[in-house]
Design a protein around this ligand. Structure first.
Ligand code: SF4
Ligand code: SF4
Ligand code: SF4
Length: 274
């Protein structure tokens, strides 16, 4: 039972959010939505603790396809960053703004970039590509993320300033176009740089929120320096080039950790934990 405490904890946190939002907003959707996501995450942790293979990928597909297909395509809720700007500028605290607040702005103070490891529908596809462990050193082009961030902000800002009619419809088409663009750019970059997560490292605008907040994440990988023999195995399997053998907050690429647990699984000395 003890080994499943984290799974139970995650489910309880999401269920609390689900019930609070359901009761305060009077909308049953929130109960369903957060119960489903919390249930999927708890199931993944349960499977991981039971040493079942592909536990993280199962969660990624359960949550990623739900958000992309059900929320995005069927409910026509733009959960991309443009949708966030749109609802923010409209002064509406609804699905996209709540999603960003929970998963990408305040949530990372607790679970870092868990979103990127377990829920993102873009990475759900990128993680299927053939380069899970980057072999080349990181490129110094992370500034590109600020450009895509500003472009998304300017795009939605311009729609408002120009008083474009039928914004909801435009946002839906921008959701489809944006996702196609993300997939095209992500897959091309992955093959060009031989790194599945190159899009996450250099281009994704959401990391402008995720990185500073996850610096303070309560949940993080730490090393027991008495056990570590500096074999380098952990770093060789990390998709995000994190130096997890340094316990300081300012460790190299520390705000890139997606909590995938690859390093923990591969350490021959069981020196890493989360
Ligand atoms: S960095 Fe962006 S694309 Fe990559 S997993 Fe995170 S949110 Fe998704
Ligand atoms: S794999 Fe384990 S023992 Fe090897 S460097 Fe990493 S933490 Fe240390
Ligand atoms: S391998 Fe370890 S340090 Fe790297 S992203 Fe996964 S959990 Fe984080």
């Amino acid at each position: 039972m003890k080994k499943h405490a984290a799974s139970l904890f995650i489910f309880t946190v999401f269920e609390t959010v689900a019930i609070v939002l359901w009761l305060t907003k009077g909308n049953l959707f929130y109960l369903f939505n957060f119960s489903y996501i919390g249930g999927a995450l708890a199931l993944g942790l349960f499977l991981y603790n039971e040493k079942k293979p592909h536990a993280r990928r199962i969660v990624q597909f359960l949550v990623g396809t739900y958000m992309l297909v059900y929320l995005g395509l069927i409910c026509q809720e733009n959960m991309q960053i443009e949708g966030f700007w749109y609802y923010l500028f409209s002064g509406v605290f609804e699905a996209a703004t709540i999603h960003y607040a929970v998963a990408k702005i305040f949530g990372p103070l607790l679970f870092g970039r868990g979103w990127c490891g377990y829920a993102c529908w873009t990475a759900m596809v990128l993680d299927l590509l053939p380069y899970p462990h980057p072999s080349a050193p990181r490129k110094n082009i992370g500034y590109l993320r600020y450009i895509t961030f500003l472009l998304s902000l300017c795009f939605v800002g311009a729609l408002f300033l120009l008083h474009i009619a039928d914004l909801e419809r435009i946002l839906f088409f921008s959701f489809i176009a944006g996702n196609l663009l993300y997939y095209a750019a992500g897959i091309s970059l992955a093959f060009a740089l031989r790194d599945n997560r190159a899009f996450c490292k250099y281009l994704c605008p959401i990391t402008v929120f995720l990185k500073p907040m996850s610096y303070y994440s309560a949940i993080r990988v730490t090393v027991d320096e008495n056990l570590c023999v500096h074999c380098g195995k952990c770093q060789s399997v990390c998709p995000m080039n994190v130096d997890m053998t340094d316990n300081s907050r300012s460790r190299e690429n520390g705000t890139e950790c997606i909590l995938c647990m690859e390093c923990i699984d591969q350490c021959p000395r069981k020196a890493l934990k989360m």
